[in-house]
Design a protein around this ligand. Structure first.
Ligand code: GDP
Ligand code: MG
Length: 844
């Protein structure tokens, strides 16, 4: 428990002091050392300070400070002991080696006794036993993995924890912090795999996130993973971690590549220069991992500044800036609460870098004005003297430091071109100005062809399976609303979604393969110029492609986009990418109203219009709605690697899972709601069509009919659109029910039974003829036009509840989700009305 949680008169033994280096040092100097007993002399709740007795002295701390100290109380120690006994229960018959700490002085003579009853708290624990328990508790080390994208963090995480993580070759694959744990050498390590970042500035959500994690979670040790084949740039982050004064160990990863290349570096020397232990590692094979963990333990147990490779250095930023840092620090140090959480030097440097996040924080302090004045003075002086701004000066100083350190550690690169020969050769073709784009288009065509053609087979099987299930269940259950709900609502609704899973998985397999091999980064690179014309970045391209599968995982994939502005716009235009769910409506309507020869053309036109609208909207949004500077960022071109089957499978699954989640949750609920609206009020005596008409959904359809008059839609089509708000998959089946009293009409692939299409054609055309007061033949072209406008509307309007929820979650506000829902619907309304009215001019 935390020291701050102890009451007056209670005692505990210190297990761990957390927080940044400066804070720990101060606390340790006061006598709060691991294994020491602390007694609370006076702890008034909500009243600072608290008085403690440690090492015979009276010391006072604030609650917030005491909260950073972990202690073990006698009660806790006993629980731990009981836990331990229970754990060893299965091997109780085997004599223990007697070295388990804490067992010697206590009454655990017969472990069997503790099977289900906790140890009786009658005895008083000896000091040694309590200390041993504290030491035991301290053997839990919280480790955070920090490093640039693609340096191998996730590989290490997977290697040691055996967790299922994506190992991607596309920068930014790890977007969430994943947690896992390992036990090694008697210690337990809680690992967290943080997103890749190039620096700890507040440019991207990832950077801010990593920074927050480091400050708020305050891991005991940071493993800073470095791509040693790109050491100079990777060390930049290390220098920032040094500013933050975290305890860390550096893994010089990809050492195999540097070895192959013939690089040379005296890493021992480099460790001393940085004051941080550094070790060569290869996480793909596990080389160096044992040493790395041993080093983590050693650093964790060591005292700072006792060894050349474990000391806190100050990177010299030059006279002016250092002067400014000192001035700012002087004020910051007067803020007691701030000092516990932040290294003041780090804050001062960030301020000089004009870090917005830190600036906002500083403004909440009473001294804010004074502090910012110092900052501005320093920045002005730096600019005056060196003609560069403070931010650049800080960066230059850091690179200068790195460069110097590398020089001193006799760093030299070997025959650089050799390792990347294949990559360079491939890049000269694949990103070639002339050849790159056509090649990419071919790849895209292959991808989409495979998705739709190959996917058709498993799709048919699943379809048959769902139909079989419905029939079997139908035969089993008695007639009534429960049966109707299960078959039409649950199986019908979810079944219409699950059939797309194969196609989506195939599409995501291609995307994962491209990401893992490194080609996706090139695709982004190739697309960058085109995307810039839309006001976006190359990186937006990948989520947009994913959107053709399902918009939900695509929205999540926008996390890799550094700039918030581009990210938001990408999310907003994503619904224009025609997802799989819209296909059954296309198939149904296109099959009904267009001849075989032009069907594919109509389909293509829908996809093309979607993309065009996305481009126009994106341009508009970046110009008008979300203005502001975009932060430039590096487009990494990692070396090509042949992806492992394991990685691609996992990666594909990770994406597909989002789709399944959507199905299990929102679609299930929505299907039931849509079913209920169409079922109630129920009158068994009516035929299915009339039943639909007088149901709630029918009434809603009729009520909104005037709104869709400019598009030529009738109330039945409106009902389809309304049902599609839940999920677009539902539109086709709803139309099937409402028009034919038969939802099998929605099974578009059932081409053998053409009469269904003919029947639907006849029914819709009859309706439209009535609506326009025309004969059936005269109404035919209008019906076709109406049908096309209906498709346009389906393409563009309200994406689906799951997508809107995803936008809310990713943008962090309902505002944008609401906006996306509205603008798409307004756009759909406008475009379809326009096309209908113009079309009518030609027909009429
Ligand atoms: P992260 O972005 O830092 O999590 O990096 P990943 O763990 O996803 O690794 C990126 C790529 O580098 C993957 O293709 C890994 O297989 C590869 N990789 C990781 N460690 C090494 C290494 O030590 N040597 C080599 N040659 N490749 C590695
Ligand atoms: Mg990763």
């Amino acid at each position: 428990m935390k020291l701050s949680e102890l009451h007056t008169g209670e005692t505990g033994v210190i297990a761990k002091v957390t927080g940044h280096g400066g804070f720990r040092k101060r606390i340790v100097e006061m006598g709060f050392i691991k294994g020491q007993e602390v007694e609370v002399l006076l702890n008034a709740p909500l009243k600072d300070p608290v008085k403690y007795k440690v090492m015979g002295y009276e010391v006072s701390l604030r609650h917030s400070e005491a909260a950073l100290i972990e202690v073990v109380t006698e009660e806790e120690a006993r629980l731990m002991e009981a836990e331990e006994a229970r754990r060893q229960q299965p091997e109780a018959s085997a004599p223990s080696d007697g070295q388990a700490p804490g067992t010697a002085d206590t009454q655990v003579s017969d472990p069997a006794k503790h099977d289900d009853t906790p140890v009786t708290p009658a005895h008083h624990m000896s000091d040694t036993a309590l200390k041993a328990a504290a030491i035991n508790r301290s053997k839990v080390i919280n480790v955070a993995l920090v490093g640039n994208p693609n340096c191998g963090k996730t590989s290490l995480f997977n290697f040691v924890s055996g967790a299922h993580e994506n190992v991607g070759n596309y920068s930014g694959v790890t977007v969430d912090a994943k947690e896992g744990y390992v036990e090694r050498d008697g210690y337990k390590f809680n690992l967290v795999d943080l997103p890749g970042t190039y620096s700890l500035s507040a440019y991207s959500p990832e950077e801010l996130y990593v920074r927050k994690q480091l400050i708020e979670k305050s891991p005991d040790i940071v493993i800073n993973v470095i791509d040693a084949s790109n050491i100079e740039r990777n060390l930049y982050l290390t220098t920032q971690l040094i500013d933050m004064h975290v305890r860390m160990v550096v893994a010089l990863n990809m050492f195999d590549e540097t070895r192959k290349r013939g690089d040379n570096v005296n890493y021992q020397k480099l460790s001393e220069l940085f004051g941080v232990p550094m070790l060569p590692t290869v996480f793909t094979s596990g080389e160096g991992v044992d040493e790395l963990f041993r080093m983590v333990i050693k650093t964790y147990e060591a005292t700072e500044d006792n060894e050349p490779t474990f000391r806190h250095i100050h990177i010299n930023h030059g006279h002016e800036i250092e002067h400014g840092i000192a001035d700012i620090q002087e004020h910051l140090k007067q803020e007691p609460y701030l000092r516990e959480v932040y290294s003041t030097r780090f804050l001062a440097i960030k301020l000089l870098e004009k870090d917005k996040d830190v600036e906002d924080y500083i403004r909440t302090l009473p001294d804010a004005e004074e502090i910012l004045r110092h900052r501005d003075e320093t920045a002005a002086r730096v600019l005056e003297e060196t003609k560069i701004d403070a931010e650049t000066a800080v960066m230059d100083a850091k690179y200068g430091f790195i460069h110097g350190a590398l020089q001193e550690a006799s760093y030299s690169t070997g025959k650089k071109r050799d390792t990347y020969k294949i990559t360079h050769l491939l890049d000269s073709i694949l990103t070639n100005r002339l050849a790159g784009f056509p090649i990419f288009l071919i790849v895209l065509c292959v991808m989409f062809f495979a998705t739709f053609w190959l996917g058709q087979y498993p799709m048919d099987w699943i379809d048959a399976g769902v139909a079989w299930l419905g029939e079997e269940l139908g035969a089993l259950l008695p007639e009534g609303p429960v049966k109707a709900m299960l078959i039409d609502g649950v199986i019908g609704g979810v079944g219409s979604v699950i059939v797309f899973l194969p196609q989506i998985l195939i599409l995501y397999f291609f995307i994962s393969f491209m990401e893992d091999s490194g080609y996706m980064s090139r695709a982004a690179f190739i697309m960058d110029r085109i995307m810039h014309k839309m006001g976006l970045h190359g990186k937006s391209f990948i989520p947009l492609i994913m959107g053709f599968g399902c918009n939900v995982p695509a929205i999540m994939a926008t996390r890799t986009i550094e700039s918030r502005r581009s990210r938001l716009v990408t999310m907003l235009i994503l619904p224009m990418m025609s997802c799989e769910a819209r296909i059954p409506i296309y198939v149904l309507i296109v099959g009904t109203f267009f001849s075989l020869q032009v069907q594919w053309l109509v389909m293509m036109s829908l996809y093309a219009i979607g993309i065009l609208m996305a481009a126009i909207m994106s341009k508009l949004f970046t110009k008008v709605l979300i203005k502001g500077e975009d932060t430039p960022f590096v487009m990494e071109l990692p070396p090509y690697r042949f992806p492992t089957a394991k990685a691609v499978t996992r990666h594909t699954w990770e994406k597909g899972k989002q789709y399944l989640k959507k199905m299990g949750g929102i679609i299930l609920v929505a299907s039931i709601i849509v079913w209920a609206l169409g079922y109630f009020p129920h009158d068994d005596s009516l035929p299915a069509q009339q039943q639909q008409e007088q149901s709630y959904i029918g009434r809603i359809g009729k009520a909104v009919e005037p709104v869709f008059r400019p598009q030529g839609f009738n109330w039945k089509l409106d009902v389809g659109l309304f049902a599609g708000v839940a999920a677009k998959e539902v539109v086709a089946s709803t139309l099937g029910v409402i028009y034919a009293g038969d939802d099998t009409i929605a099974d578009g692939d059932d081409t053998a039974d053409m009469s269904k299409y003919e029947r639907l054609h006849h029914l819709i055309t009859t309706d439209i003829a009535q609506q326009h007061n025309l004969s059936l033949t005269a109404a035919a072209p209008i019906a076709t036009l109406t049908a096309y406008c209906f498709l346009l509307f389906v393409l563009l309007y309200f994406p689906c509840i799951a997508t809107i929820a995803a936008i809310k979650a990713e943008s962090g506000s309902w505002k944008w989700a609401f906006f996306a829902a509205c603008y798409t619907t307004v756009l759909a309304w406008g475009v379809s009305a326009l096309v209908f009215q113009i079309g009518m001019l030609f027909i009429g």
